[in-house]
Structures are given as structure tokens and as C-alpha cells.
Design a protein around this ligand. Structure first.
Ligand SMILES: Cc1ncc(COP(=O)(O)O)c(C=O)c1O
Length: 415
């Protein structure tokens, strides 16, 4: 049994059936939750029950079954809104975090930005929070500027203050880096940006699943996150927005559900949040995401954070003992989450990931959709072990043992 702060992993792991399986003849050690998390029975059962018991299209039907489907769908929204302390009306379902950010880039950025305007992002963004702004800049003539990352893996806040200015119209920043694990001071960033009249978008894809996130307390205008990293299904993400800003924005996608009226001349828009939800929404996925939010709130996000803080400290200490390993990102577990990127001298990250897979250990290798950051770090790729609420210290020991066999199996430095 392994218990770290706040979570009894032995009991909790029973909620995740996949964790009981073997891979390559070894017990599965899943250390890739930053890519996607595993799903608890509560989520699997809620989605299964939705299809078995109440499947119908939402919002349109006058019959009982459609009313039940709509109620389960909107209950999913209420749970997600409660989890991040956001109003129900401004909690918008999208396809994933990427679409949530694209919604802002296209519905706000393309219609608002002009030549000379600046969008300020950071060197540690995921491509999802870079490429949409590149596209918008190309169309509008605005400029995308990047806050640098310090050698210790934190945002250079001095440089942020210098780059922020009256031309800045949007500050779009990741809350927790998927590569470095760094937790950024987004509330301070939002205050400073608002003082310059800029809007603020926080990419919460890695923070919402792993720590308490309070939309109201952050003070940002938009919070984007993705269902599949927070124990929910794929195919659904969330954009939470400031009501005034959302009201002023035109829709992103057009189609059914998002209109109040359509005439030959044009259309008027539905109320929030449906104004931004064109077409049949991801209904079963919303039900599943609601179950995921309820599950995480049941565990307690402060407990999840405490558990992962301890695991991050354990991973860092364990990897420090492995010959030739260099860690990226802050070493202080108070400043970071449980995604830990590393290099092993003499070995490509893909080879490392393949060798540890033989021991049943799933870690990620690659650029993690953060190529600008890879260039800053001076590498093409990293290996990354990322922990979640169900991981245990024993699993990190298995990873470390498996890393030992990289040298034995592949030869090379020290063999
Ligand atoms: C920080 C961050 N932002 C955005 C995303 C994009 O999430 P999705 O692919 O679900 O849109 C990811 C996924 O890896 C991420 O880690």
C-alpha cells in the first residue's frame, strides 16, 4: 500500500479498472497522464448509462426522453462549472482545449486585432496556445511576442513586465507547463495585464486536472481546459469566459443550437453558453465529464495537489540517482506539478521510452507539442514521466529500475 498526502492510492486505484492490467507481461505503470488520464468507473458507468437509458438529442425534443438527455447533459455542465467556480452560463463545451483557444482566437482575435496590436504568450506554451495566435496574427497584422523562460524553468517575470504594454491586447499563458511542470503566477499576470487594458486567457489543460483552480479568483477572462486529461472522455473540452466579454463577442462556429432566429437576411444568437455551441454537442462526453468533475471533487482537488506535490518530489529525488539524467523545470515541488521531463546522456528519449515499455512503464518521449520550448532547452525532445492521483511511489521505483536497463540493453556510455 502506498499513501501520500491526502490520498489512499490502494483504495482509489480500484476505481480505475485499466490500472489492473498487464503490459508486456508486467503490471502496467502508467506515467503518461499529462498526455491523457485514465478513467474511473464513475465516468465509464455514467456514459454507459446515458446511452443505455436516456439517449436522445438534447434541447430540441419535447418528449420525456429528450428532456432527460438534456438534463443529464446540462448537469454535466453544472458539475464542471462548480469544479472551477465558474458561472454555469459562461461554461462552454468545445471539442478540446485546442478548440477552446481557437474559439477565442477566431471569435475575438480575428474580429478585434489590428496591425500594431500585440498578443503576448510565453516560450513554454503548448502548440495549442501558439498556432492559433500565429494564424490570427497573419490575418490581422498583429504581432505575437513571447515571454522568455529562465534557465530554472520559470517564466521571466521581469521580461514579462517589460514586454507588457499599451499595445498588448491579449496575454495568453499556460497555468501549468506540460513539459516543465512549472506553475505560473497567473493571477499576478492577469492583474498586470488588466492594468494595461489587455484580456487574459489561461490555458488550464494541466492545472485544472491537478490542482484547485478557481476561475473567479484567477481573475482571467478565459480559462481553457480539456476533458480527457481530468479523468473525463476525449472529444470534449471547456472554455470558461467572462460574461461581458463573451456577450460582446460574435459566435465562432455557426449552425444549429447557437441561434435564436434565422431569416433569409441573417441570424440572431442564442443565450450563453449555447451561442458558442453550434450543432449537436458531445452529449455523452458532457455526461462523462460531469462525472469526472464530481469524482475529482469527491477526492478533493487539494488532496490531488498534495499527493502530486509529494510524487513530484519523489520523482525528482529518484531521477537524481540515475546516472546521466538531467531534469528540466523547477526542482522545488511547491512550484511545479507532477510532469517531470528529463534527458539521459547518450540516449534518445524515444529509445528510453521503448526500453521502459518492456517493463510495462508508459512514459512519453518527444517534443510534447512545445517545439519553441525544446529550442530554448537546447534539445529536440525529452522523456517525460507524469503522475496523477492514482500513481504510487512504488511505480517510480519501477521506472528507475527500468531506466537502469537502458544502459544494459543499449550499450553506450558507462556500459
Ligand atoms: C498545456 C496544454 N495545453 C493544451 C493542450 C491541448 O489539449 P487538447 O489536445 O486536448 O486540445 C495540452 C495537451 O497536451 C496541454 O498539455
Amino acid at each position: 500500500m502506498s499513501t501520500a498526502a491526502g490520498i489512499d492510492t490502494t483504495a482509489l486505484r480500484a476505481d480505475f479498472p485499466i490500472l489492473g492490467r498487464e503490459v508486456n507481461g508486467r503490471p502496467l505503470v502508467y506515467l503518461d497522464s499529462a498526455a491523457t488520464s485514465q478513467k474511473p468507473l464513475a465516468v465509464l458507468d455514467a456514459m454507459d448509462a446515458y446511452y443505455r437509458e436516456t439517449n436522445a438529442n438534447v434541447h430540441r425534443g419535447v418528449y420525456e426522453l429528450a428532456a432527460e438527455a438534456t438534463e443529464r447533459f446540462e448537469a454535466g455542465r453544472r458539475a464542471v462549472a462548480r469544479m472551477v467556480n465558474a458561472p454555469y452560463e459562461t461554461t462552454i463545451f468545445t471539442k478540446n482545449a485546442s478548440e477552446a483557444i481557437n474559439l477565442v482566437a477566431w471569435a475575438w482575435g480575428v474580429r478585434t486585432l489590428k496591425p500594431g496590436d500585440e498578443v503576448l504568450i510565453t516560450e513554454m506554451e503548448h502548440h495549442s496556445n501558439i498556432v492559433p495566435w500565429h494564424l490570427v496574427a497573419e490575418i490581422t497584422g498583429a504581432t505575437v511576442r513571447f515571454v522568455p523562460v529562465t534557465p530554472g524553468g520559470e517564466l521571466d517575470m521581469g521580461a514579462f513586465e517589460e514586454l507588457l504594454g499599451p499595445r498588448t491586447r491579449m496575454v495568453a499563458v499556460v497555468h501549468m507547463s506540460n513539459v516543465l511542470g512549472t506553475i505560473n503566477p497567473v493571477a499576478d499576470i492577469a492583474r498586470a495585464a488588466h492594468a494595461q487594458g489587455a484580456l487574459v486567457l489561461v490555458d488550464g489543460s494541466q492545472s485544472v486536472p491537478h490542482m484547485p483552480v478557481d476561475f473567479a479568483a484567477l481573475g482571467c477572462d478565459f480559462l481553457a481546459f480539456t476533458g480527457h486529461k481530468m479523468c473525463g472522455p476525449t472529444g470534449i473540452g471547456v472554455l470558461v469566459g467572462n460574461a461581458d466579454v463573451l456577450e460582446r463577442m460574435e459566435p465562432f462556429l455557426g449552425g444549429g443550437e447557437m441561434i435564436r432566429d434565422v431569416t433569409i437576411e441573417g441570424a440572431t444568437w442564442n443565450d450563453l453558453p449555447w451561442k458558442f455551441e453550434a450543432g449537436t454537442p458531445p452529449i455523452a462526453e458532457a455526461v462523462g465529464l460531469g462525472a469526472a468533475a464530481d469524482y475529482l471533487m469527491g477526492v478533493g482537488m487539494a488532496n490531488v495537489r498534495a499527493h502530486e506535490r509529494d510524487l513530484a518530489a519523489f520523482i525528482i529525488a529518484a531521477l537524481d540517482e540515475v546516472e546521466g539524467v538531467t531534469l528540466f523545470g523547477p526542482r522545488d515541488p511547491d512550484l511545479r506539478g507532477g510532469a517531470v521531463s528529463f534527458a539521459m546522456e547518450g540516449y534518445h528519449p524515444h529509445d528510453i521510452a521503448q526500453v521502459v515499455d518492456r517493463e510495462g512503464v508508459c512514459i512519453r518521449a518527444g517534443h510534447h507539442c512545445a517545439k519553441p520550448l525544446m529550442r530554448v532547452l537546447g534539445v529536440g525532445a525529452t522523456a517525460r514521466a507524469s503522475a496523477y492521483l492514482y500513481n504510487r511511489e512504488e511505480e517510480i521505483d519501477v521506472l528507475v529500475q527500468a531506466l537502469g536497463s537502458v544502459r544494459t540493453l543499449m550499450g553506450g556510455p558507462g556500459s
